[in-house]
Every structure is written in structure tokens, then in C-alpha cells.
Design a protein around this ligand. Sequence first.
Ligand code: TGC
Ligand code: FAD
Length: 392
Amino acid sequence: MKPDLFQAPDYYNLDELLTEEHKLVRDAAREWVKRDVSPIIEDYAQRAEFPKQIIKGLADIGAFGPYIPEEYGGAGLDQISYGLIMQEIERGDSGVRSTASVQSSLVMYPIWKYGNEEQRQKYLPKLASGEWIGSFGLTEPDHGSNPGGMTTNFKDMGDHYLLNGAKMWISNSPFCQIAVVWAKNEEGRIHGLIVERGMEGFSTPETHNKWSLRASATGELIFDNVKVPKENLLPNKSGLGAPLGCLDSARFGIAWGAIGAAMDCYDTALRYSKERIQFGKPIGQFQLQQKKLAEMITEITKAQLLAWRLGVMRENGTATSAQISMAKRNNVDMALKIARDARQMLGGMGISGEYSIMRHMMNLESVVTYEGTHDIHLLITGFDVTGLNAFK
Ligand code: TGC
Ligand code: FAD
């Protein structure tokens, strides 16, 4: 792969909206990605393998629990810092950002928010340091966009719960030490349970043959009469709103992360357009190529403003779930379109692993699907503005 020459676009001087701490956190993540991710990631993606050696680096830049309080091992940062870390990581690869998103927003967040003090003390420091990796089991083979229909269930056996069912498309599952699993009790109410590797009847087969997120490990979570200790139930929130609350946090991070992937594609195409000569001129001198680049930087700038404003609202506690949906949908769509245009700008070289663009493009096909598909987020916005619910 070519050396990482990335220069971040900042067309509207958005750095002026950031604090010194934001810039320090962002720059540390940016340097780490250049040093430890860019040189190896193409090779791991081609081999369809997650580079486990980067787990410690992710922990060191604060990517595991950026906003979780320091008393639990988190970085104690604000929401914009969290967003900036996700942006920088996804600039390297969406699959690496997936690992960080799941760990922070889908495993640490529910334990912090819905768990008791004993659970926080037991799990959060190990997750923050990367000693343990977690996964989040909501999606099932027959229930993806409609998780409320889930059939994974648990029964109260007196001194423990008995868990049965299966989850699929689960990031980090093949090597997770723990899984936060959403299942229905005998009354049909959804609860979160912490399932640990080694519990009898719990297995995590890997999903192969993916053309997307190849540097991220995806798999199933299978529960065959798993005895889960009663102290592993998350006591402080139940119902579908509990997992959906975790998704709010993860979708917020993705809204920022997608900007990173888009910036990398734009920056690569811009550089290439000045170097590649056809018909005796750099291709960047042709109007058709300038149109692509001008539209890319316009869309990136709009997405940056959306993410920043959402970060402010998220930090002061006023961001609604529907506002988060809008940013996730818009920014991922923006990144995917930029990846497709940037790939065309590189001609034949665009399909080569010498450049990051094709990998970003394929990764973004997962990002536009997970954490709520493009269609589902559109319907959430539609519901919010009309008051009419398309899901019922
Ligand atoms: P609905 O009746 O609307 O809501 C049920 C309850 O949930 C509440 N609620 C929310 N709470 C917090 N945050 C949100 N975003 C919420 N949205 C809804 C709601 O108020 C209600 O509460 P209550 O107290 O009244 O019971 O539910 P519904 O069944 O009609 O479904 C709504 C819909 C379609 C929007 C929802 O199911 C949905 O978002 N579906 C998409 C599923 C999804 O996003 N799955 C993601 C799986 S995890 C993943 O993809 C990880 S990838 C990670 C990586 O690798 O980076
Ligand atoms: P479906 O729900 O079957 O949707 C199929 C199509 O129908 C989509 O285009 C959808 O938009 C459309 N559709 C569905 N309902 C409607 C409707 N009401 N109106 C209009 N159109 C509709 N899940 C987890 O729980 N944990 C994870 O860690 C995780 N990681 C993932 C990693 C990867 C690489 C991938 C690909 C997925 C991951 N997922 C995870 C699952 C992901 O959240 C689901 O794939 C996603 O929610 C969509 O569900 P589905 O694939 O079953 O598609």
C-alpha cells in the first residue's frame, strides 16, 4: 500500500470550533492511525483478519470508553472528543472503528448506564484497557430491522437464568470475552444479560466470505441452554428502549466516523488528480473531475457541521434519537457516494489495494446497513416530522 500522506480537509476552518483538548485528542488518534493502522490494514483486510495487535493502541488513544468516567478506566472525555476519535479511526478503516464503537457504545455504555456498581467495577476497567473485548447481540437471523420481534429468551430457574437463542452479524463475536445480549424473559420483556466466554452452551462461530469490513471479525452468538448467573442481568433498564439507547451512542459515533472515511477518499483522489496526467494535463484540470472534487468537499463540510452541532447537543443532553438518525444516515450516505466517485477518479488504480478507496467503499456498504439501515433512518425522520409511524 502507498505511504499514508493524508492531510485532513478543513474547508470552513472548523478547527476554530474545537477546544485545545479536542485537537490534542484528535491529533493523537490521527498520528496513531498513520503509524499503526495505515501500514498494515490493507494486508489484514485482504486476509480477512482483525489485527489484534492494535487493541492496546486503541485503548491508549482512549477509543475504548472515551466518555466513560475515569473512575471506571474510561477517558472521561466529552462527546465531540468521542466523535473525533471515531472520525480518525474510520479514516484508517471502518472495521477498526467498528471494534471501538462496539466496545464503547454497545458494551461499556450499557454496563455503565444500566448496570449496578458491582458490574461496573468488574467489567469496565478490563474493557477500557482492552484486556477484554466485548460484543453486542441484538440482531437475529429473522429479526434485523425489527429487533422487537426477537425470539432469544431466558427463563428464571431460581438460582440462575437459562438462555436460549441465536444472534447473527455480531461484530467482535469470534474473539469476545463477554457479550451484552438482549433477550426476552417469560413475560416477553427485553433485558440485557452479560454472557461470558466459557459458559457452557455459549459458542461464537465466525462468519466468513464477507466482501465488506474484512478487517473486522463478525460472527454469531449461539446460546444452547446457557446458565447465566443472576448477577449478570443488567438491572437498571429493560424494554426495547434499552438496546436502542445504546444505538443512539453508537450511531452518533458512526456519524463522525463516516466523515473520516470520506476525508480519506477525497484526500487520495485530490492528490491523484494533480499527479495523473492524461491528454497532456493533470486530470484535476478537467471540469468533470473538478466537479467531483468540489462536490466532495462541499458534502464533507456539511457533514462536519452536522456532526459538530450534534456533538454540542449530545453533550448538553438535548439531542433527540431522530436527530442522531439524520446524521448517521446523511453522513454514511455522503461517505459512500464520495468513495464511489473517488474510486472512479483513480481509474483502474481505484480498484487496487495500493490505495484505500475501494476498501473504504466496500466497508461503507456495511456501515450504511448496520446500526439501522439507510431506509430505517429515513423512516425515523419521516415519523419525527409527520407524527405518523411507518413501522406500526
Ligand atoms: P418503538 O415502539 O418505536 O420503540 C420501542 C421503545 O424504544 C424507545 N425508543 C428508543 N429509545 C432510545 N433510543 C432510541 N433510538 C429509541 N427508539 C425508540 C421507544 O420510545 C419505545 O419505548 P417505550 O418506553 O415506549 O417502550 O419500536 P419499534 O419496534 O417500532 O422499532 C422502531 C425502530 C424500527 C426505529 C427500531 O427497531 C430500530 O431502530 N431498528 C433498527 C435496528 C438496528 O439499528 N439494529 C442495530 C443492531 S446493532 C448493530 O448494528 C451494531 S454494528 C456495530 C459496529 O460494528 O459498529
Ligand atoms: P432486514 O431488516 O431484513 O432488511 C432488509 C431490507 O429491508 C433493508 O433494505 C431494509 O432497509 C428494508 N426494510 C426493513 N424493514 C423495512 C420497513 N419497515 N420499511 C422499509 N424497508 C424496510 N447487529 C448486532 O446486533 N450487533 C452487531 O455487532 C452487528 N454488527 C454487524 C456487522 C456487520 C458487518 C453487519 C453487516 C451487520 C451487523 N449487525 C449487527 C446487524 C445489522 O444491524 C443488521 O444487518 C441491520 O440492522 C439490518 O438487518 P437485516 O440485515 O436483518 O436486514
